[in-house]
Design a protein around this ligand. Structure first.
Ligand SMILES: NC(=O)c1ccc[n+]([C@@H]2O[C@H](COP(=O)([O-])OP(=O)(O)OC[C@H]3O[C@@H](n4cnc5c(N)ncnc54)[C@H](O)[C@@H]3O)[C@@H](O)[C@H]2O)c1
Length: 250
C-alpha cells in the first residue's frame, strides 16, 4: 500500500526532467496523477509510461502562466478525479543571460514562468483543499532562491527567491486547514534544463566542486517530494528543503 492511495495530484511541467520523475513517484505511491505540460508530446509520453503501472493518470496540456489554462486544468482534474489533494508547482524556465542583456520581455517570461505559475496554480487549488481540510502544495524553487543561480540569470535567481517568499506566506495562511506548503531547493540536477544550457565539460567541472562530486538525479528530488506529499510530513510547513549534494549548506 503506497502512502498516497486515494490522493489526487497535479504535477506541472511533468513532460520531462524532475516533473516527470515526480509524477512517476507520486503514481508509484498510489496517487491519481494529472500530468501537465505545455508540450503535448512529452506530456503524453509521461502519461503512457505511468499507465504501465497506474491507470489513474491523465494529461492536461496547457500553459501554467495563463489563468484560463490553469482554471481549465483544475476543471479537468475535478471532472476526472473529483478534487485535488496535492499540487506540485514544478514547471519553470531558465535563461543564462547576464543582467545588462536581459530584455523586459525575457524578464517577464522567466519571472512569470517560475513565480506567476506557482501563484496561479496554488490559488486555483486552495478552495478545494480548504474544503477537504487536507492539502499539500510543493513548490520547486532552487538553491538559486537562497543564494545565486549557478547557470541561470538574475531573473531566475529573483523568481526562485520570490517562490520561497510565496511559500512561507501561503503556508501561514492555510496551515489551520491541514494544508502544508513547502519548497524544495534542488542544486544542479541532471535534466534537459541543465544539458541545454551548459556543455558536458562544464557539468563535470561543477560536479567536481560539489562535496558529493556529482549532479543530482531527478528521482532523488522526486523521492523528497513524495515524502512531503505524504501524511508523514504533516507538521512540516513553510519550509524550504535543500537537496544539493552539499553544494549549499546554510
Ligand atoms: N535542473 C536543475 O538543475 C534545477 C535546479 C533547481 C531547480 N530546478 C527547477 O526544477 C523545475 C524542473 O526543472 P527541470 O530541470 O526538470 O526542467 P526541464 O526544462 O527539463 O523541464 C521543465 C518542464 O516544464 C515545462 N514547462 C515550462 N514552462 C511551462 C509552462 N508555462 N506551463 C507548462 N509547462 C511548462 C517544460 O515544457 C518542461 O517539460 C523547474 O522549476 C526548475 O527551475 C531545476
Amino acid at each position: 500500500m503506497g502512502t498516497l492511495e486515494e490522493k489526487v495530484a497535479i504535477v506541472t511541467g511533468a513532460g520531462q526532467g524532475m516533473g516527470s520523475a515526480i509524477a512517476h513517484s507520486l503514481a508509484q505511491q498510489g496517487a491519481s496523477v494529472v500530468v501537465n505540460d505545455i508540450n503535448e508530446t512529452t506530456a503524453k509520453a509521461t502519461v503512457s509510461d505511468i499507465k504501465s503501472y497506474n491507470s489513474a493518470v491523465i494529461s492536461y496540456v496547457g500553459n501554467v502562466t495563463d489563468i484560463h489554462d490553469v482554471e481549465q486544468m483544475i476543471k479537468h482534474t475535478e471532472n476526472n478525479f473529483g478534487h485535488t489533494d496535492v499540487l506540485v508547482n514544478n514547471a519553470g524556465v531558465l535563461r543564462p543571460t547576464p543582467l545588462l542583456q536581459i530584455s523586459e520581455e525575457e524578464w517577464d517570461y522567466v519571472v512569470e514562468g517560475n513565480l506567476k505559475s506557482t501563484f496561479l496554480c496554488s490559488k486555483a487549488v486552495l478552495p478545494s483543499m480548504q474544503q477537504n481540510r487536507w492539502g499539500r502544495i510543493i513548490n520547486i524553487s532552487s538553491s538559486a532562491g537562497k543564494n545565486v543561480s549557478t547557470i541561470g540569470g538574475a531573473h531566475y535567481t529573483a523568481g526562485k527567491a520570490a517562490v520561497l517568499g510565496l511559500t512561507r506566506h501561503a503556508a501561514k495562511e492555510v496551515a489551520e486547514y491541514g494544508i502544508t506548503v513547502n519548497a524544495v531547493c534542488p542544486g544542479l540536477i541532471d535534466t534537459e534544463m541543465v544539458r541545454s544550457t551548459i556543455s558536458d565539460e562544464r557539468k563535470y567541472e561543477y560536479a567536481n566542486i560539489f562535496p558529493a562530486k556529482r549532479l543530482g538525479q531527478p528521482s532523488e528530488v522526486a523521492d523528497l517530494v513524495a515524502f512531503l506529499a505524504s501524511d508523514q510530513a504533516s507538521y512540516i510547513t513553510g519550509a524550504s528543503i535543500d537537496i544539493n549534494g552539499g553544494d549549499l549548506m546554510i
